[in-house]
Design a protein around this ligand. Structure first.
Ligand code: GLY
Ligand code: MN
Length: 466
């Protein structure tokens, strides 16, 4: 945990931004895998981590905005729990670590909410994403399950996003730790990417690196020779020369701050001519997009810059043609890059996505596009100092999508389908780094993971293990 004053100050700032009523910040419960007591690794709610910092299940906090009073709800361990789980701090000791003045039993959380409801006080809650929280809020507030998200407090969501999206120096220090683990995961994948090795063996080692560093993976590892499937969690193939392995992975450090990197590397360590040509376009898009990062720029414009670089590159390969800007404006690039340039990252790998992507990535000035591909841009709004973003352009050849567009004769003035056909067995390439917006520009977090063709080939030739 950070020092208790950090949490106290964050709560005081939040209180200033909310007019009146009570704020519910729900901690997470254990989550069962296949029978109640066999649970997944516990993951605390990120808002709870941000305002309370305690990484234990079965707690919740209520902030009474009018009385400027915070209360932590939870129960002390009984002897039965202690036998199985060892001695645990009392609730009062836990509350002190976060400078919370008041504690009460978990059952009394419900009573306070019910009382506030009777008094017609405004009850600010966040969109729940776990079953237990949904059931609790539904029972307490009498809101239908399918309206829990839409009736969540917009004032609270906006206040939290404004606070959490600007990372402080101590948060960046934590993210650097997560990046160091991400560096180890990515470079280990490079060392292991030898023909004949199973994807699963590499994915398992990478997962172990995240756990060994005291945390967890920041999302299920994406590792596949079929990189054209954007979130491919199938690791059943054996690596073959002539194919590329896409590895998209990151770690959460002990304090749950995240990293998220993607590298796409040639099996065996040497790019062939076709791989080299497509890779160079993506690396150019990654580097030029990063270089364009600075405060007051719309991230959507940097996304379009990356898309234009991709279209220009594909034109050189004879895959695309026509006016680059027009192609991007019409969303034609999305045949090859059907996703956005990146997202905010922090205590969540897609930071604050539980609060609603449009609240995090868009605002009154910047609205989400409805065009296929461009609509998937998670982050479009103006950048501010302290934001941390992923920059992750890619080029993918998705056979099913290519067939659909081709059969519809879609955008034939921009696409040479005859050429595209030749790449249907290529797979996909994505290159991703985590970047802090600074006062004057940007800083790429973490140790540089080999990225250019020269760096990747050199690293793999010097470090490949049997
Ligand atoms: N790295 C996975 C994602 O950004 O969705
Ligand atoms: Mn990402």
């Amino acid at each position: 945990m950070f020092q208790k004053e950090i949490y106290q100050n964050r709560r005081a700032q939040l209180i200033e931004k909310i007019d009146s009523g009570i704020i519910l910040i729900m901690g997470n419960q254990e989550s069962s895998m296949n029978y109640p007591s066999n649970t997944y690794k516990f993951r605390q709610d990120s808002n709870f981590l941000y305002y309370v910092g305690l990484n234990l299940p079965n707690m919740a906090m209520i902030i009474d905005v009018d009385a400027k009073k915070c209360t932590l709800y939870g129960d002390d361990f009984e002897i039965d729990d202690i036998i199985w789980m060892g001695p645990q701090p009392k609730m009062t000791e836990l509350a002190q670590k976060s400078a919370i003045e008041n504690t009460d039993s978990y059952a009394n959380f419900d009573k306070v909410v019910e009382e506030a409801k009777k008094q017609n006080r405004k009850i600010h809650y966040l969109p729940p994403y776990r079953g237990e929280s949904k059931i609790k809020l539904h029972n307490l507030l009498n809101i239908p399950f399918d309206e829990l998200k839409s009736q969540a407090s917009t004032d609270l969501i906006k206040a939290i996003v404004a606070q959490r999206e600007v990372k402080s120096d101590i948060e960046i220090e934590q993210m650097e730790i997560a990046c160091e683990t991400g560096y180890k995961m990515q470079t280990t994948a490079m060392k292991m990417a030898k023909a004949g090795r199973k994807e699963a063996e590499i994915a398992g080692v990478l997962e172990g690196i995240a756990h060994s560093a005291g945390g967890n993976v920041s999302f299920p590892i994406i590792l596949s020779q079929n990189g054209e499937t954007l979130h491919n969690h199938d690791h059943s193939q054996t690596l073959e020369i002539g194919r590329m392995m896409l590895v998209d992975c990151g770690a959460e450090n002990e304090m749950n701050y995240c990293s998220d990197y993607t590298r796409t590397i040639p099996v065996g360590g040497k790019f062939n001519d076709r791989q080299r040509a497509v890779y160079q376009i993506v690396v150019d898009a990654n580097i030029k997009a990063i270089e364009a990062i600075k405060p007051n720029v719309l991230y959507r414009d940097i996304h379009f810059l990356a898309c234009e670089i991709i279209v220009d590159g594909l034109k050189e390969l004879g895959i695309m043609k026509g006016d680059t800007k027009k192609a991007v404006e019409l969303g034609v690039h999305a045949l090859f890059m059907p996703h956005g340039l990146g997202h905010q990252i922090g205590l969540d790998v897609h930071d604050m996505e539980d609060l609603g992507e449009d609240f995090v990535g868009y605002d009154d000035k910047t609205k989400r596009s409805e065009l296929f591909g461009t609509a998937y841009l998670r982050m479009g709004k103006e950048l501010k100092t302290g934001f941390v973003l992923t920059v992750e352009p890619g080029i993918y050849f998705v056979p099913t999508l290519i067939d659909i567009w081709k059969n519809e004769n879609k955008s034939t003035e921009f696409i040479n389908y005859g050429e595209v056909e030749k790449y249907k067995d290529f797979g996909g390439i994505r290159i991703e780094d985590d970047v802090l917006v600074t006062e004057n520009g940007y800083r790429v977090l973490g140790r540089p993971v080999p990225k250019t063709i020269e760096e990747v080939e050199k690293f793999m030739s010097e470090n490949m293990i049997d």
